[in-house]
Design a protein around this ligand. Structure first.
Ligand code: SAH
Length: 396
């Protein structure tokens, strides 16, 4: 087997079981490993430190499969998939929810692979050379563990594939092509998901528990669902008896689905409004009109994708949080989020509290929020925690 010898000064993170080896940590490569092939990782002293997938064009040159000396075989890959699926037994048993993540990359010991289940369909994203190399084995394993699934679709159209020397790929991997709308159910709310054209694999499954949580506070509330995507939080609030929901998003196709999802769930007298626009300007306009809301959701896209853009991103977060706080009625609540991995929970907390200072209001933190439990974070892989949020209530 091909192997890679590390610089003695750069072995530390691997000893700490961090799964990434950067190019600068490599002293030499023995043999000629091809993209995605397994290499044995050796310390400067010649000890075996583990096995990883080699990716010659990526700065993350190796992603670890494990920290032992066993080879990585088809059985190993199948077992990793089986273990990930088995650990979601709770979600399979929950009849009120049929869309959840089955494999969450590094946290499930499968770097570069995401598999999401939407009712009878599976959607996969292969974002690293190692995962790409084992694609057919993954598809076979998914069919074996979930024989009733109607089809497996690939949404490997993520920018990060370019760093791995991989082209974007989208299409059917197995079975039938998914319909344009897959209907899913999440804690009793129904949503249409467009897995072929939607964001990520189609739906923000990582926000499931937070959508459920806000139902507690939605009865009778006038709700502003900023960065609504296909309705998510607003539909949840409506199902819990919100008086009105105002969805705001830049994406017209997302709002088309938000309208369809509203009809799908229409149950009570909630008034729904759909605003196609930029949240930054729409919220300013609402402020000028002196509009007020009882519950505001701020769930923007990733503002920071590099360390260099972090300060600009922080200003963006502060700006929308300040606007949201100014639109809140006394006693009202805000659920505010950041999905930028570079924005740490501490920094996010500081940015939001800076906004409160500028708004001249006092808030209590009702809950600290995170990604749902089908999106676990590896204990030695803090990069896996990206979604953070605060549920705040303003004091009168
Ligand atoms: N809360 C949603 C997910 C939000 S994803 C859910 O639970 O499903 C972020 C959304 O913000 C995307 O739909 C994107 O189209 C939208 N968006 C990005 N920038 C925006 C902006 N400046 N103004 C309005 N919407 C924006």
């Amino acid at each position: 087997m091909d192997s890679v010898v590390l610089n003695s000064k750069r072995e530390f993170s691997l000893v700490r079981r961090h799964p990434w080896i950067f190019s600068g940590a490599i002293q030499r490569v023995l043999g000629g490993p091809q993209p995605g092939e397994t290499v044995q990782v050796l310390s400067d002293d010649g000890d075996i430190m583990g096995m990883g997938a080699y990716s010659p064009s990526s700065q993350i040159r190796i992603r670890m499969w494990h920290f032992g000396d066993l080879p990585v075989t088809t059985d190993f890959i199948v077992n990793r998939i089986g273990q990930a699926i088995g650990s979601r037994a709770y979600y399979f048993a929950d009849g009120g929810t049929n869309a959840f993540r089955l494999v969450n990359a590094e946290a499930d010991g499968f770097p570069g692979l995401v598999v999401d289940k939407y009712a009878d369909w599976l959607v996969c994203q292969f974002s690293a050379a190692g995962a790409e190399y084992w694609k057919q084995t993954v598809v076979d394993a998914l069919n074996r563990f979930l024989p009733d699934c109607k089809g497996i679709y690939e949404r490997s159209d993520v920018d990060s594939r370019a760093h791995e020397g991989l082209e974007p790929k989208v299409g059917v991997l197995s079975g039938e092509e998914p319909p344009d709308r897959i209907e899913i159910i999440e804690y009793g709310c129904r949503y249409f998901v467009d897995v072929k054209n939607g964001h990520k694999t189609g739906f923000y499954l990582d926000q499931r528990e937070n959508r459920q949580l806000i139902k507690r506070y939605s009865n009778g509330a006038e709700v502003l669902n900023a960065f609504s995507y296909t309705g998510g939080f607003g539909i949840a609030a409506m199902s819990a008896g919100a008086a009105s929901v105002t969805h705001v998003d830049l994406s017209e196709p997302a709002l088309v689905l938000a309208r369809e999802n509203t009809v799908l769930n229409e149950c009570c007298a909630t008034k729904s409004e759909f605003v196609n626009g930029n949240v930054f300007s729409v919220l300013r306009q609402f402020r000028a009109e002196e509009r007020k809301f009882d519950f505001i959701v701020l769930d923007p896209p990733k503002f920071a994708d590099s360390k260099g853009s972090l300060m600009r991103a922080a200003r963006g977060y502060k700006d929308i949080n300040l606007l949201g706080m100014q639109l809140l009625r006394p006693g009202g609540m805000i659920a505010t989020f950041s999905c930028s991995g570079l924005m740490t929970p501490d920094l996010f907390h500081k940015v939001v509290s800076d906004a409160a200072v500028d708004a001249g209001k006092d808030f209590q933190v009702v809950a600290r929020l995170s990604q749902s439990q089908d999106h676990p974070e590896g204990l030695s892989f803090p990069e896996g925690l990206y979604l953070k949020g605060l549920l705040l209530r303003v004091l009168g």
